[in-house]
Design a protein around this ligand. Structure first.
Ligand code: 7RM
Length: 680
């Protein structure tokens, strides 16, 4: 029992050639072909992107210049002078073809309800939603925040914004009222779209309640559209709140809305992401570059073919859902699945049940999901017919070779290639991934750069790293999908991404390149942690903890976690007069849930008398990380610390916490062992 992923001895790691059957029908059929297209895309980026733009986008007006990019300013523009509309590209143009009655979106609810929207139907819903937004006074350039679960109205709402040129900003439904308020205020939204509540593993989360508390201090929000999902009782504020279904059904709302002619560089959306300081960054993506980049990466990396049913399991609250549930697939005229539930509810075969039900061909998920499903045992994967699958994908964090092999064997049946796709909210779309059918797969390595992208690994002194040498992952040139700014804070944009390694985009990740040219990602090298594929700033969680009256100071570090990739470890120093206790621990956990959301709650808290700090007062998280990983012997020189004695005390305290954690884990495993026996 216990963890089902069997560790693989290092020497057994091998390279997997692309399956021949797959290569025969793939868009790119060999490594030589990949290298040839890649070479051309680097030698002549203008020619390459112009050609892609001609083939993949319908333009109202063509560009005067393909690109004008300068990382030193930074100033990045693509398709200067061109005009287009995103929703037109994702909907209208398909209506003139056989795709008119093809399924665009298949929605599967948590409880098994489902709805299918053909392109024609989706178009009608989007037009009506767009007209409603207009009626509420939303104009081109206005911001609309979405705080919704995975219901079709979310995808429809985003496309409606793009139709009228409004800028959407989705706030993940798992975020708290405080996090929502902060984001609404940062982008000065005019309208909030939410619903009564959301389902999560059989429980109901009161979204409208959260929205109500957020809206107490959001002066810019004039109207709140409320959908009905769960039927729970909610409070409606007169003059502000509107029942969305009723408003959309109004006979005065037309089912046709003219798509706004947008400039290529007009904003499309803002999406907040965690950085290394407390305040989340509102990354701005623009119209033409983002759409083209998601469309083209979708086509080549997922080797999209007309008859495919594509399922990306991400939430639209994250960039993965924006790019590979909504924009990439729909721009290609694909059938995209949108799933409301979670992988293990009501049973651990929920995902495979959906694969079987819709005959999914391409499946895209996160390593944390793979690890948690592997833990449930293979019996669940065998219960369902998943033979429709032809390609698998992974995103969000490095996939460990053990999980890769489990995925390859039990889900891909050794027949499906796996694409390990590296990218970020900032990059808009995938930058590094082996093309399936063309490039051999190396479990644990993301692989090669996509067309037009020139990554490099740099050492701290700015010189290039050698083969297999660790360093910082940078991108040397621009690509159409790159974020154009941090909304309202161009200075932070420049400092974060373009100042560390001058002339390059700095990703914040560590990496190395092996002899085959495959990129291996080594995790974040800044103060960002990655919990179940979700990015969290350590500073964000720390700021939340110190709000509690008992807390003087807090330091957060990530630690290796079997399922989540990284877990959250909190070191907390109390104010004098306060005592550590189980109750206080619970209160602190509650505090982070309230300020950020359940994903940010610490897995372990250690109360300390002091934190290791430099003389200039910087917390040395590097030292704390070593302590948490039980590698105290690797801490190295601590003489530069303001007070080196704190380290010894923390190590002693840590041992007490570890044995408690171990006990807890053992208890959990015995219980889960029992549960599994009953249900399989
Ligand atoms: C798409 C997404 C970005 C961070 C990034 C990495 C990590 C994502 C991979 C990965 C190794 C991968 N956007 N990351 N994909 N690390 N291999 N295939 O996740 O903005 O939320 O996170 O996620 O650290 O910087 S994100």
């Amino acid at each position: 029992m216990g963890n089902r992923i069997i560790p693989v001895p290092h020497e057994e790691h091998k390279i997997f050639p692309p399956p021949e059957e797959f290569s025969k029908k793939a868009h790119v059929k060999s490594e030589t072909e990949y290298s040839e297209i890649y070479r051309k895309s680097i030698e002549d980026p203008e020619g390459f992107w112009a050609d892609m733009a001609e083939k993949n986008i319908t333009w109202f007006k063509k560009w005067e210049k393909v690109m004008d990019c300068d990382f030193s300013k930074p100033d990045i523009k693509y398709f200067i002078g061109a005009q287009l509309n995103v929703s037109y590209n994702c909907l209208d143009r398909h209506l003139k073809t056989y795709r008119k009655n093809k399924a665009a979106l298949i929605w599967e609810g948590e409880n098994g309800e489902n709805k299918t929207f053909t392109y024609q139907e989706l178009h009608r819903h989007v037009c009506r939603f767009a007209n409603l937004l207009k009626k509420l006074g939303v104009k081109k350039g206005d911001r609309v925040v979405f705080y919704l679960p995975m219901i079709p109205e979310l995808a429809i709402g985003l496309l409606a914004c793009s139709r009228i040129g409004a800028v959407h900003s989705v706030v993940f439904g798992g975020f708290s009222a405080t996090a929502l308020r902060e984001r609404i205020n940062d982008c000065q939204a005019k309208v909030l779209v939410t619903c009564d509540g959301s389902f999560r593993a059989g429980k109901v989360i009161p979204l409208k309640n959260n929205a109500d508390s957020a809206l107490l201090e959001t002066p810019t929000v004039k109207q709140c559209l409320v959908f009905n999902r769960t039927g729970i009782t909610i409070k409606m504020t007169e003059g502000r709140d509107i029942f969305a279904e009723k408003a959309l059904a109004d006979e005065n709302i037309s089912s046709w809305c003219k798509p706004e002619e947008m400039d290529a560089e007009d904003p499309l959306f803002i999406l907040y992401t965690s950085g290394s300081t407390g305040k989340p960054k509102g990354l701005l993506h623009t119209t033409a570059g983002y759409l083209l980049y998601t469309a083209v990466t979708f086509k080549y990396i997922f080797d999209y073919h007309e008859e495919d049913t594509f399922w990306c399991t991400a939430d639209i609250g994250w960039i993965t859902g924006h790019s590979y549930i909504v924009y990439g697939p729909l721009c290609n005229g694909a059938t995209s699945i949108m799933f409301e539930g979670v992988p293990t509810y009501p049973h651990p075969d929920r995902y495979w049940e959906i694969v079987e039900k819709y005959k999914v061909n391409v499946f895209y998920t996160a390593p944390t999901v793979i690890r948690s499903l592997a833990r449930e045992g293979e019996a669940w994967t065998k219960k369902r017919d998943i033979s429709s699958l032809r390609l698998l994908g992974s995103v969000g964090e490095p996939i460990n070779p053990e999980a890769w092999l489990w995925y390859h064997h039990n889900i891909g049946k050794e027949r499906c290639p796996i694409v390990d796709t590296w990218w970020q909210t900032e990059t808009g779309g995938i930058l590094i991934s082996s093309l399936p059918g063309a490039v051999p797969m190396n479990p644990g390595a993301a692989g090669r750069p996509f067309f037009g992208v020139q990554p490099a690994v740099m050492k701290a002194d700015g010189s290039p790293a050698g083969e297999n040498e660790d360093g910082a992952l940078v991108i040397k040139n621009a690509w159409p999908g790159i974020t154009r700014t941090i909304y309202g804070n161009p200075k932070r944009y420049k400092e974060t991404y373009f100042s560390q390694h001058k002339g390059n985009y700095f990703s914040g990740d560590g990496a190395k390149v092996d002899k085959n040219g495959d990129y291996h990602l080594l995790g974040r090298i800044d103060d960002v942690i990655n919990v179940s594929g979700h990015r969290l700033g350590t500073a964000e969680i720390e700021s939340s903890l110190v709000v509690h009256p008992a807390v003087a100071e807090a330091a957060i570090v990530g630690f290796p976690h079997e399922i989540k990739g990284q877990g959250i470890f909190a070191f907390v120093m109390l104010n004098s007069g306060f005592q550590s206790s189980k109750d206080l621990e619970k209160e602190l956990v509650k505090q982070t849930r309230k300020d950020i959301g359940p994903i940010a709650k610490p897995d372990a808290i250690q109360f300390v008398e002091g934190l290791p700090k430099t003389r200039s007062g910087k917390i040395m998280r590097r030292i704390l990380r070593k302590i948490v990983e039980d590698k105290a012997d690797e801490i190295g020189d601590i003489t530069t610390l303001a007070d080196p004695t704190v380290v010894e005390k923390i190590i002693e305290g840590r041992e007490a916490v570890s044995s408690k954690q171990r006990e807890k884990r053992e208890k959990r495993e015995t219980m889960e062992g029992g549960k599994r026996k009953d249900s399989t």
